[in-house]
Ligand binder design. Sequence first.
Ligand code: ZN
Length: 462
Amino acid sequence: MDRLIKTLRARLAPGGVLTGADAAEHPRGPWTRLGQPLAILRPVSTGEVSAILRLASAAGVAVVPWGGCTGLVDGCLADASLALSLERMAAVEAIDAMAGTMTVQAGCILQTACEAAEAADLFLPLDLGARGSATIGGNLSTNAGGNRVLRYGMTRELVLGLEAVLADGTVVSAMNPLMKNNTGYDLKQLFIGSEGTLGVVTRVVLRLRPAPASHDVAFVGVDSFDGVARLLRRLERRLGGMMSAFEVMWAGFHDLVTAPPARGRPPLAGPHPFYVLVESLGGDVEGDAARFEAALAEALEDGDIADAAIARSGAERAALWALRDDVGQTARDGPIIAFDVSLPITAMEAYVDDVSAALTGRRPDLGPPQVFGHLGDGNLHIIVRVSPEDGLAGRHAIEEIVYRPLQVVGGSISAEHGIGLSKREWLPLSRSPEELRLMARLKQALDPAGILNPGKILASAT
Ligand code: ZN
């Protein structure tokens, strides 16, 4: 091992290998367990990433890619492995305004990429709570979802091309800038959503949209779940494809983020069992605002919604979004597990009621779970408090309560966070034996020595 580290020090640019105290001082966020890597490697180029993987392959040492390390499934846990951080490959390389594309290095922070697009009067629609520290490479490797999937799709839909390095150091450049390109297997898809187990993404061509001119946001109170579902279908129809977010909060989450010590305050007067944050993006400031308001007025008249507040300024829009983003409140009284399930909207209300009852019954002292999510995509977040004495068995019991009923309704144990280590044992609830065997064959074909993020998604073959 010492020899490998020495070789890497000689091969990488200064500061490329952190060990000991230097590695211990490397910043760590609050959400992700990183473990104790043998070293933190910080390449500055694709050539260096290639050299790292070639040397690690030859030495049979595991490599765990690190983006912003904001994931929630232990995908970056790097015990006894080399951590490969893309933090020094963070540049926005180019924006082609005419083609509507952006080329970035994988370590580029999502927010930096969004701001660069905005400066060119363009729009990168990927948006999620960790936007200030998550990286584009991490977004790709987890196929990140977030707040605007309803309109623009998951990360997968925003990627035109990429460059990735295979386990043996081979650089595969597939930097396609074209919207349509049916020339055989779409190889980039192997690296999107595979959580760094099939290759390391180093550069990306992203598809941009024109910057939206209109931006309408409302906060709505709804008195039944049927009303929420009807509102979703109504707005999809009435807003003609402009709806970009439909975020639902169950009352418990709303109450948590609108009362001290949270900074937010209730946007509406009454208590309601459900609240919805609706966003619409379009090209006609006045016309879009009028259509948005008319659609909500109709919903109010027809009794689908009970109350609504429409943001009148950028500050008001930001304040409404800040409520939805204040997920940190759910962890203020102790440790939590954050679930990201997805299921048909028709099964959602009963599922949430049953899961809440079972969780509260198990540990009444910890209170009910907090529920919110991207309901327009069928994706719910369920935040469950755990106590230290729960231990592994308690965690397993909670996961059983949340995951098991999903199989019956055709749901998924992960809508957007991925599998990593922490959901691996539950993957068979959402994927068939044939699918799992095909995944194992792909892993074997691309990473025969099993050095790339081993044990994540699938158990190591050896
Ligand atoms: Zn989410």
